[in-house]
Design a protein around this ligand. Structure first.
Ligand code: ZN
Length: 393
């Protein structure tokens, strides 16, 4: 067997081992994790015998664990490159789940080929078609072309919705708010069902199936999500103050958050925002308002500039971070700059966020960067929205 062949069959050869690894984790670490995150016990969910791709709304860092545990069926999951850089969780996922690794902000062609190979080998795949965790309480729309790619795979597709995940662990938050997470199977599409639908129709079905409105769900469920830092980190999501309309002036501590203008608010165990003259009682409503405000900014103007202090540009290579430059992050219509290092706009080929909302940038020269500082939370999501607006022009 040539070198190429042995590489091609690695995942198939490992299947028995991988299945054992996942089972081991399910019976040892997972019960402890489920208890910590408040994942509800329920009967094992069933699914077709045919190889399938399972899709879910991405809410906590450990969604794949909750879902595999709920179905007790082996699935190869997609993990973003940053996950395997986590010291402990990353190693557990890498060793026991043997994931298909995708670089965020890249086109993901290699990942699609890997999914195809896994399905053809008779195994299942678990993936979130959103790309990023929910920051505002709503499921993000599908990554473009996902439905078309799934159609080409010619396999069954199962959709799943995770309830209570956002209020347990919002993307911007720190720590866990223990309440209740439940897993619900929504639909199962056979390959024949999918073949009869256009990519657009299929996309609409998936978007609807995995769509979760965290606040609307909990308005009925009325589950308290208890924690001591309910609002901490919220400046990564709420980048604009409704009182002074300034950007990047919000800061947070424990269950409260403030703006330099004097605005003061708290978040309760239901994720509800309270305070004098606060026009929005949820992150969802606040985010809808600030996103609209961003739309009114003229990003084509020479005067357009937004910035965040004290950040480092890291180049990522082979799961390792190398610092390139440190200082103020600045976005203009021409470039994204950290201190003295600029990435020209026309070289930026991909952008995404990771963790609480740290920026990830891919360039046409195949460089891959993360902009972060362990001690600083900044609204990466705002830069993503503005980058998209600049690129549209
Ligand atoms: Zn303010």
């Amino acid at each position: 067997m040539g070198k190429k062949d042995s590489k091609k069959t690695t995942k198939k050869d490992r299947y028995a081992f991988d299945k054992f690894g996942v089972n081991l984790v399910l019976h040892t670490i997972v019960p402890i994790l489920k208890n910590r995150f408040g994942v509800k016990k329920h009967e094992t969910l069933t699914v077709t015998d045919e190889p399938f791709v399972m899709l879910y709304n991405h809410v906590t860092d450990l969604d794949i664990v909750w879902i595999i545990d709920a179905f007790r069926t082996h699935m190869y999951c997609l993990a973003s490159e940053h996950m395997v850089r986590f010291p402990i969780v990353g190693k557990i996922i890498l060793w026991f789940f043997n994931p298909i690794i995708i670089k965020k902000g890249s086109t993901g062609t290699a990942a699609v080929m890997e999914i195809h190979r896994v399905i053809k080998a008779g195994h299942n795949v678990l993936m979130s078609p959103e790309g990023v965790r929910s920051g505002n309480g709503l499921t993000n729309p599908l990554v473009p072309a996902t439905a078309a790619v799934l159609k080409k795979l010619r396999c069954n597709v199962v959709t799943v919705r995770i309830h209570g995940g956002y209020l347990t662990s919002p993307r911007w938050g720190k720590g866990i708010r223990r309440g209740e997470i439940t897993i619900e199977k929504i639909a199962e599409y056979t390959k024949d069902d999918i073949a009869k639908m256009s990519a657009e129709e299929f996309e609409a079905h998936i978007n609807e199936d995995i769509y979760e409105d965290a606040y609307a769900y909990n308005e009925k469920a009325k589950i308290p999500f208890k924690g001591k830092k309910l609002a901490e980190g919220i400046e990564a999501q709420l980048f604009m103050c409704p009182r002074c309309k300034k950007i990047g002036t919000i800061h947070s501590k424990n269950n409260s958050f403030f703006c330099d203008c004097g605005l003061s608010a708290t978040m309760d165990e239901y994720g509800i925002i309270k305070g004098d003259d606060i026009p929005f009682d949820s992150v969802t409503k606040w985010d809808a308002w600030q996103s609209k405000e961003l739309d009114n900014i003229d990003v084509t103007s020479d005067e357009f500039v937004v910035s965040s202090d004290n950040l480092t540009l890291f180049e990522i290579n082979e799961h390792k971070e190398t610092p390139v430059d440190t200082g103020k992050l600045t976005l203009t219509k021409n470039a994204l700059t950290v201190n003295n290092t600029s990435i020209p706009m026309d070289e930026i080929s991909g952008y995404s966020i990771v963790g609480f909302g740290k920026l990830l940038i891919t360039t046409s020269g195949k460089h891959y960067y993360e902009i972060s500082n362990k001690k600083v939370r900044y609204p990466g999501i705002m830069y993503i929205k503005l980058l998209a607006k600049i690129k549209e022009n």
